[in-house]
Write a protein that binds this ligand. Structure first.
Ligand SMILES: [Zn+2]
Length: 565
């Protein structure tokens, strides 16, 4: 059985004439379906109910990931040279329709045996098209193939350069907030990835700088490694076996290369670049490098699920007896960080999945250490059965935002497998070589996603310390632009993130605009301010203070930044 699966904005077909004698008797009419997954299906010799059931169950899985139930079965003989007898094909098609209905899908079906006029508009995301093939010899899922092999004309290419449109989203959606505050955009040429504008990058850097301060105190070393590595690296790490379908692969000469979906293997290479004594352990590597994961992006979930992301990632290579202490320090750090954002959290422990490496005894040891550390803090926890990584059990921490939604952000893993696979070693006090353990951890998780969560958590009203623009200077009229510029210079040279609205326009409109963007402070300057070398401070909450010396204003904002409020 060959299936070409397409996620479409719409499909419209009209049965034109009967193609074969066994064609279904129907009244031909034009049918249009919107927002649906179409399965163009060709039944082949040897196909049976078992394969049909398998195809339905995989389709259902895929639809669940997309978050839809709508599917159209569309008989399409052109996919195969080895077609089943029409009567067999029709009965399998009806079988699939029944199976899909009883699996709870919203099933539609195009008539069998007809030549049909067809129009489709396929969605732009990378998994919108996929071909699948089922037979009793093998069942394979092929990676989606690029749609247009032929080169685009200049006009066609130009027409593809479009910003994604989020016109219908609610005001509280981070994509709307991001657009209004000029933080980022999504572009159709990079589906599931974000373009950070200056202020969006500033916001991410504020998060990163804050974390870097914590890392320096925690004895971490920050490192950076290439995005691309030969598949050999992913063979050793096991990602080729357990994660390949989510990796972006490419070629360099004759070599297959993969974009890194995780930082761990590269960190191990840095560790392996020299010898280590037990006295030097633990070694703590931290990074904010970009990662690439070809996961279903749920099509349009904005920053919540991007394919190109960066994490506040770290790997601690330690002796096994140090693991408990290191885990404790990580959880201390996590409590501090979540405290700053006023986030509640919930702890879960994920145990060994079926598809995993290592012995039962090792998993038992690692899992019981995690449980011990969590219990020793008096924390309640929930067990997530079989939800661990393929290489380790983990402590997962879900944060709770101001809207009561839960997001899994923190993860802390005790890994006894990767060190063996990568032959990591240190010289012990006995002068012999030993294998260390690795702790993987991230606290905020994907920084892009965390930004999205924070924008919604604060409803766009970021606290002063997080605001990409903390103050906007607004002159009362054109005559006061020069003084306004002087004020702006002294703010920025004091480390305040400020900008000026010096374009033509009324002060009232400029204040409304700043308020719409939730800029914490508007500094209005007119003749009085210029004469007394002060500013009039108007907060986004509506409070006003007149005659404030610039230095005093700087001190106020600095105090907010230090206190992270
Ligand atoms: Zn890792």
């Amino acid at each position: 059985m060959k299936i070409l699966q397409m996620h479409v904005d719409f499909i419209e077909y009209t049965p034109v004439k009967k193609e074969i004698g066994r064609a279904e008797d129907i009244e031909p009419r034009t049918v249009r379906e919107d927002e649906i997954v179409v399965l163009f299906t060709a039944f082949e010799q040897g196909d049976d109910r078992e394969l049909a059931a398998k195809a339905v169950s995989e389709t259902k899985e895929f639809l669940t990931k997309l978050g839809t139930k709508r599917v159209l079965l569309y008989p399409f003989a052109h996919l195969s040279q080895n077609l089943a007898q029409p009567s067999d094909a029709l009965s399998l098609l009806l079988e699939m329709e029944k199976d899909a209905k009883s699996a709870g899908l919203d099933v539609h079906r195009a008539p069998f045996g007809w030549t049909k006029a067809l129009q489709v508009k396929v969605k732009g995301h990378p998994l919108a098209e996929m071909s699948r093939s089922y037979s009793h010899a093998t069942v394979t899922v092929q990676a989606p193939k690029p749609r247009a092999k032929r080169e685009l004309s200049a006009e066609e290419a130009m027409a593809r350069l479009r910003k994604s449109d989020f016109g219908n989203l609610p005001e509280t959606d981070h994509r709307i907030i991001g657009e209004r505050q000029d933080l980022f955009s999504f572009q159709e040429v990079s589906p599931g990835m974000v373009y950070l504008h200056e202020k969006g990058l500033r916001l991410r850097n504020i998060l990163v700088d804050y974390l870097k301060g914590e890392l320096a105190e925690g004895g971490y070393q920050e490192v950076s490694t290439p995005s691309l590595a030969n598949t050999a690296l992913w063979r050793v790490s096991g990602h080729s076996d357990h994660y390949k379908e989510n990796m972006f692969l490419t070629e360099l000469g004759n070599e297959e290369m993969g974009m890194k979906p995780m930082n761990c293997p590269s960190h191990f290479l840095i560790y392996k670049s020299r010898k280590w004594s037990f006295r030097e352990l633990p070694v703590r590597y931290a990074t904010f490098d970009p990662l690439y994961r070809n996961e279903l992006s749920g099509v349009a979930s904005g920053l919540f699920r991007v394919k190109a992301l960066s994490q506040d990632d770290a790997h601690i290579i330690a002796m096994e007896e140090q693991a408990e202490g290191e885990l404790g320090k990580m959880l201390d750090l996590m409590e501090r960080v979540y405290g700053v954002f006023k986030l509640g959290y919930k702890v879960k422990i994920s145990t060994r999945p079926d598809d995993s490496m290592g012995s039962d005894e090792e998993w038992e040891r690692a899992t019981s250490t995690l449980i011990k550390v969590v219990k020793s803090r008096g924390w309640k926890y929930e067990i997530k059965d079989k939800e661990g990584n393929f290489y380790s059990p983990k402590i997962d921490v879900d944060i709770k935002d101001s809207l009561g939604r839960e997001w899994q952000c923190g993860t802390f893993q005790l890994d006894l497998q990767m060190p063996k696979r990568f032959k990591l070693a240190y010289t012990g006090s006995d002068g012999k070589e030993h294998t260390p353990v690795v702790l993987h951890r991230t606290i905020l998780g994907s920084l892009e996603r965390f930004m999205g969560i924070m924008l919604e958590h604060y409803k766009g009203v970021l606290p002063v310390w997080l605001s990409p623009v903390q103050a906007r200077v607004i002159p009362l009229s054109d005559e006061h632009v020069t003084y306004g510029q002087a004020v702006l210079r002294s703010l920025t040279s004091s480390g305040i993130r400020a900008e000026g609205d010096f374009a033509s326009g009324t002060m009232g409109a400029k204040i409304r605009n700043a308020q719409l963007q939730h800029v914490p402070y508007m500094l209005v300057v007119g003749k009085k301010e210029e004469d007394s070398k002060t500013v009039a401070v108007r907060s986004r909450g509506g409070e006003q203070k007149f005659g404030v010396p610039v230095d005093d204003f700087v001190t106020t904002v600095k105090a907010d930044m230090t206190a992270r409020r």
